[in-house]
Design a protein around this ligand. Structure first.
Ligand SMILES: *Cc1c(COP(=O)(O)O)cnc(C)c1O
Length: 388
């Protein structure tokens, strides 16, 4: 170790650590002595990223939370379910759920006897009715994709705690600059760090933050299932955090202007963005999301539905020149996807309707381009739809 503290995070690119004695090795393995033995278990670069995440999620909590990092968002999500649900357990999750999580619950958790009830998370009576004595986890997403529905985090936390369930929140679309669900009663908050946290579309990762005792169970299952984050990826995610507030606030303020301007185009049937007055979750978003210095605080996912249904939605996405058709979100480049034909292609017409997804909906993940360029790109594409 150099005597001077490095400003950049050192990358401990090693799978194993050497010990002076077998006793010392055993003490570290038994958690009797702090230290590192094997990078699937713990790694200093990975810990550095996880600690920084905990600091961002928990600055206003009475006690400091802990965090665990993962090789992907899905590794984080599946580990949380494996840590807190057992055969016979029941889960309540939103019908408008990230596809990978839906697939995990339907195809993997179900095989181990964990049953999930899917409900409209914005209907608190429906959530209450879906809760059972066996419900171990109430699962929510701060901002749903692509509907941009906003979860009533404090009310859902109370509902979960009334039945003794954990309230677990996927806040990928609302990173800590926008919202910190632990402050509203969530027991665990998780992210696909692949999105805003990495922020540059060059790394895959996940992270879970919460109370120390809950996180130590999450860590144990991570060690046993092996979805641990690699040190090089941890370096990129830790570095991403240094620009997270600057990137996300700018993306939020661009999204706000973009959403407000695009809604006025005659070929647009609707725009879903929590920053718009007419959005059903607007008041909630005002209450739960941070007011950044430039007023951008409603996230940077804008869903635009042109008139004309599925074909118009696909044509709109295809005719954009600056915004790129690509999976994922939260990067520096603006990305779009036509939900019904891509991210939500497994959903039939009824399932789309249940999830509140219009067949023509096109999701924008607003990047760091100039707002005027993104608006004129979308305007040109929308203009051309009149002449389909
Ligand atoms: C991308 C995403 C995930 C899954 O994360 P990966 O890093 O792709 O495994 C989970 N939840 C949401 C909301 C996402 O957008």
């Amino acid at each position: 170790m150099p005597e001077q503290e490095p400003l950049g995070t050192p990358v401990y690119r090693t799978s194993a650590f050497a010990f002076r004695t077998s006793d010392e090795y055993a003490a570290v393995l038994n958690d009797e002595k702090p230290g590192y033995s094997y990078s699937r278990i713990d790694n200093p670069t990975v810990d550095s990223f996880a600690r920084a995440m905990a600091a961002l999620e928990g600055p206003n909590l009475p006690t400091w939370p802990a965090a665990q990092a993962f090789a992907s968002g899905m590794a984080a999500i599946s580990t949380v379910f494996l840590a807190f649900a057992r055969t016979g357990a029941h889960v309540v999750a939103p019908a408008a759920l990230y596809g990978g999580t839906y697939s995990f619950l339907r195809n993997v958790a179900a095989r181990f006897g964990v049953e999930t009830g899917f409900v409209d998370l914005t209907d608190l009576d429906a959530v209450r009715a879906a809760m059972r004595p066996a419900t171990r986890i109430l699962y929510g997403e701060t901002i749903a994709n692509p509907t941009t529905a906003v979860a009533n985090l404090p009310a859902l936390a109370s509902l979960a705690h009334e039945t003794g369930a954990l309230f677990v929140v996927d806040s990928t679309l609302a990173p800590p600059v926008v919202c910190r669900p632990l402050e509203y009663g969530a027991d665990l908050v998780l992210h696909s760090a692949t999105k805003y946290i990495g922020g540059h579309s060059d790394v895959t990762g996940g992270v879970v933050t919460g109370r120390v005792d809950l996180i130590s169970r999450v860590r144990q299952v991570r060690v046993d299932t092996g979805g641990s984050l690699a040190p090089d990826e941890a370096f990129l995610l830790r570095r991403g955090l240094e620009t997270l507030p600057v990137r996300v606030r700018r993306q939020c303020s661009t999204a706000m202007v973009f959403a407000a301007t695009i809604s006025r185009h005659p070929n647009v049937a609707r725009v879903d963005y929590p920053g718009l007055d007419q959005h059903p979750g607007h008041a909630l978003a005002r209450r739960l999301f941070d007011a950044g210095p430039e007023g951008g605080r409603y996230g940077a996912i804008v869903t635009v539905t042109p008139h004309g249904g599925r074909e118009a939605g696909m044509a709109f996405a295809d005719r954009l020149r600056i915004a790129r058709i690509a999976p994922s979100l939260g990067g520096t480049y603006t990305k779009v996807s036509h939900a019904a034909s891509t991210t939500h292609r497994q959903l039939d017409a009824r399932a789309l309707e249940a999830a509140g997804i219009d067949p023509g909906a096109v999701r924008f993940s607003i990047g760091l381009e100039d707002a005027e360029d993104l608006i004129s790109d979308a305007y040109l594409a929308l203009d051309s739809l009149g002449r389909v």
